[in-house]
Design a protein around this ligand. Structure first.
Ligand SMILES: C[C@H](O)[C@@H](O)[C@@H](O)C(=O)CO
Ligand SMILES: [Mn+2]
Length: 595
């Protein structure tokens, strides 16, 4: 396994019970503990961290029948590094006496839907207590009544347990880590004006700043692993084939200049990794401070313009970091934004922590109506693309995994967590990517952009956090699919924009109403120039995660049945989206401590 940084938070399971001894408690001990064990088994057998390790659960030493038991459990959880709390019970318990009062731990309560003992009544009492005390908790209650001895976890319950746990673990993994800003504001892009207080208050993430000149210093002074550099350069020459040079003959660089640029972009990649997470090799070389890194769970590179006017762009660096492999083999993808768009990096991090997969970073560039496509290509869009497509494209930062050259068990194109990716699939991702010289009018300093197109049809979810003065952060989410256009249509559309960059043709799932009226409206409602795109339909997971972080969702196309938020959200009224805004405002940022 290849963990990038940090501790692995554990999931604490709290079996709560009716505390009345001499009959009631004793009769429930086994059933209650068994529920805890079943929940732990489900979580441990299903969930993994993006670094590949299995998620670990910690069960309280005893069932919890009153406040003394609850306190003993809280102590154990603290000792064991528990940062997520799931309470389970089949019976009546004393609501606030057995509750978990840690305000920073995301919480859920699963009340067994049976008839012999009132688990659901306890759930209602518990959730009322959590609401009254301002500690939002997710309530989990199966749709169908189960018999007393039934130890299975129904499908609807397991879905909710896993959705809650994935989101809560994402919250816990971010906490205490850093966003590493290399350079600062890029081309006036608001998302690159890193908002230190937003990171701190909402995510528990600190902002770390490094001036890009540090890359020059480390290159000039040889502060990188020289053996790794030789290996990386050889691998790059072997696997990263230069594409067509689209520059005018006068603007084209010589082969020697290009070779020198390749050497630089490879060094930049090594150095950015070291800046994020450190490297023991540097300590051996006498650079103790540099060897430590910045504890970064994500980062971004300004590039444009001061750096790129002068030096090769970081497209290679960004694409390789965001991929699930490099010269060292198959590994966890980094989360690394181009144009230092911190808000897009956070959106990518959400996707990465929820799916364990590498993420795409794109400009949400062009809405192509069927009419426009027909006008410029003479061809009609067909299949799922028939009502229009959105061109996702950007220099740098899109993972090479997004070539979608990996396959699932049924042979369909997909993107996978790194531990499921094979060497052959890595090779196919690389073989389907070319590296054309950067367009000189944008990138005077040169460099190489990754050029590929995403295979269709794979399910995708695009999301994006935006900061809105007066509200704070809001999250937008759109589920859809990649679509592959016939080569002649692709070429005409691609050549009109920047053919040196990676393209994903995206079809959002539209509903005919509101923000999802049609493809045009989805594009028109997008809140910024960038989107973070994850493989899979993960809108519901993102919605639950956003609620944990008190970030309202301003736009999504997830079915109402799949929207799962803390039970207190129902107290803010019936319209789900308006209630989400009111609830997030009421609770405020998770780490926004005020006097
Ligand atoms: C080359 C240009 O400056 C691009 O980088 C620009 O179109 C963007 O990506 C803006 O987000
Ligand atoms: Mn961009």
């Amino acid at each position: 396994m290849s963990r990038l940084i940090g501790r692995l938070p554990k999931v604490g399971i709290r079996p709560v019970i009716d505390g009345r001894e001499l009959g009631v408690r004793e009769s429930l001990e086994v059933q209650t503990m068994d529920m805890a064990k079943a929940a732990a088994k489900l979580i441990e057998e299903t969930l993994r961290f993006p670094s590949g390790e299995k998620v670990e659960c910690v069960i309280a030493d005893t069932t919890i029948g009153g406040v003394a038991d609850a306190a003993a459990c809280a102590d154990k959880f603290q000792r064991e590094g528990v940062e997520v709390s799931l309470t389970v019970t089949p019976c009546w318990c004393y609501g606030t006496e057995v509750m978990d009062t840690n305000p920073l731990t995301p919480k859920a309560v699963w009340g067994f839907n049976g008839t012999e003992r009132p688990g659901a009544v306890y759930l209602a009492a518990a959730l009322a207590g959590y609401s009254q005390k301002g500690l939002p908790a997710f309530g989990i209650y199966g749709k169908e009544v189960q018999d007393e001895g039934d130890q299975t976890i129904p499908q609807d319950v397991s879905e909710k347990i896993l959705r809650f746990t994935k989101g809560a673990l994402a919250v816990a993994q971010m906490k205490g880590k850093s966003y590493l800003s290399i350079g600062y504001s890029s081309m006036g892009i608001a998302g690159s004006m890193v908002d230190v207080n937003f990171l701190q208050d909402y995510l528990g993430v600190r902002a770390e700043f490094v001036e890009s000149v540090e890359l020059l210093r480390r290159m000039d002074e040889g502060i990188y692993d020289h053996d790794e550099y030789e290996k990386a350069l050889a691998w790059t020459k072997e696997n990263c084939k230069e594409g067509k040079d689209y520059n005018s003959p006068e603007a084209q660089k010589s082969a020697e200049q290009k070779d020198a640029e390749w050497e630089k972009v490879v060094k930049m990649t090594l150095i950015c990794k070291d800046l994020m997470n450190g490297n023991p090799k540097l300590k051996e070389m006498g650079f103790g401070e540099e060897s430590k890194g910045r504890n970064a769970i994500m980062g971004g590179f300004q590039g444009q313009r001061q750096w790129t006017d002068y030096q090769p762009n970081a497209d290679f660096t960004e694409s390789i970091l965001n991929s699930s492999f490099d010269w060292n083999g198959i590994r966890q993808a980094y989360t690394f934004a181009t144009e230092n768009d911190c808000l897009n990096a956070i959106s990518m991090l959400f996707g990465h922590l929820l799916t364990n997969k590498a993420q795409l970073f794109s400009d949400v560039r062009t809405y192509w109506s069927p009419e426009s496509v027909e006008r410029v290509t003479g061809k009609k869009l067909t299949g799922i693309a028939k009502d229009g497509i959105i061109h996702l494209i950007n220099s740098g930062s899109t993972t090479l995994d997004a070539t979608a050259q990996q396959t699932d068990a049924d042979g369909n194109p997909t993107m996978k967590p790194f531990w499921e990716i094979t060497e052959e699939e890595v090779q196919k991702c690389l073989d389907n990517t070319k590296w054309p010289a950067a367009i000189a009018e944008y990138f005077r300093g040169g460099g190489f952009s990754s050029q590929f197109k995403t295979k269709g049809t794979i399910p995708l979810t695009m999301c994006r956090i935006n900061l809105v003065k007066g509200i704070g952060p809001v999250l937008q989410i759109v589920e859809g699919w990649s679509v592959e256009l016939p080569e002649d249509v692709h070429e005409v559309l691609d050549e009109r924009t920047n053919p040196t960059w990676p393209t994903t043709w995206f079809v959002p799932r539209v509903t005919g109403t509101g923000f999802f009226k049609d493809v045009y409206t989805v594009m028109a409602k997008w809140g910024a120039n960038h989107g973070a795109i994850s493989h899979g339909h993960i809108g519901a997971d993102l919605i639950s995660l956003a609620a944990m972080l008190r970030i309202p969702v301003n736009m999504h196309n997830v079915s109402e049945d799949d929207v799962f938020r803390p039970s207190a959200w129902s107290a803010f009224g019936e319209g789900l989206e308006g209630a989400d805004y009111r609830a997030c405002k009421n609770y405020g940022p998770l780490y926004g401590f005020k006097e």
